[in-house]
Design a protein around this ligand. Structure first.
Ligand SMILES: [Zn+2]
Ligand SMILES: [Zn+2]
Length: 247
């Protein structure tokens, strides 16, 4: 290892998911991931239920007060359901959410004393952590989170309603870098093997090195991703903790 190169560690902990990895945590439909090692710590989505989110966080040693930023990928209940209970415990956070979010949500956030920023175009939310900007996705707008490193990009998707390929392509286009890890919900249930294989091919062409499909990806799609990425397939289901050494 070159001692001149400063390495730092990004830790990803999956605290809410309908796909189990560690069965000590409560499995429930939805998605939430806690990100540490970035300038500010980020909770990506909040799952569907507050008490379950808070309990799973506790089992992973994460206190609500550890969270600086809450990133809401899109306004579906299985990604926003834990927010209210989280804010009751800790409202000193900045919430980043799509501009298209309903007024009831932003007014309830304001009532609870948290700060929020509505996102439409791609923007940096803290050093090297970005939103793709709102993307159109079958009746709902969604944005994905990008962590920019010298080694490449880490891209996290909620449900990937705009299409997982469109999201990966947008990240690549914004930064002109390969994607070292793409994970989250890929929304591929009900697709034929042929359609899934086509998506896999497109993601490999974009330069996706590691994948961690979960949440709404679908079991069959996850199997095919595993075959395609082999050792570069990571299991980022409920309770998984993943550490990346990056430059
Ligand atoms: Zn959704
Ligand atoms: Zn979802």
């Amino acid at each position: 290892m070159n001692s001149m190169t400063a390495k730092r560690q990004i830790t990803l902990t999956i605290v809410y998911n309908n796909v189990a990895y560690d069965t000590n945590l409560t499995t429930q439909w939805g998605m939430s991931c806690f990100i540490q090692g970035t300038e500010k710590s980020v909770l990506f989505d909040t799952g569907s239920d507050g008490p379950i989110l808070l309990k799973n966080m506790e089992l992973r040693g994460i206190k609500p007060q550890n969270i600086d930023i809450v990133f809401l990928s899109h306004i579906h209940w299985d990604h926003t359901g834990g927010l209210n209970d989280l804010l009751k415990e800790h409202n000193d956070v900045e919430i980043f959410l799509p501009l298209s979010s309903p007024d009831e949500l932003t007014s309830s956030i304001a009532e609870q004393g948290a700060r929020f920023t509505c996102i439409t175009k791609s923007m940096e939310i803290c050093r090297n952590v970005h939103s793709t900007g709102e993307m159109e996705g079958m009746g709902i707008k969604e944005h994905a989170l990008i962590i920019d490193t010298k080694d490449g990009l880490i891209v996290i998707t909620g449900c990937a309603h705009p299409g997982v390929v469109a999201i990966a392509a947008k990240a690549r286009e914004l930064f002109g870098k390969e994607i070292i890890l793409l994970f989250g919900g890929f929304h591929l249930t009900g697709m034929s093997d042929q359609e899934i294989r086509h998506i896999i091919m497109e993601l490999q062409e974009i330069g996706v090195k590691m994948v961690g499909p979960s949440h709404c990806t679908g079991e069959r799609a996850a199997e095919l991703f595993k075959v395609a990425w082999k050792d570069n397939f990571t299991n980022l289901s409920l309770g998984a903790r993943f550490e990346l050494e990056i430059t």
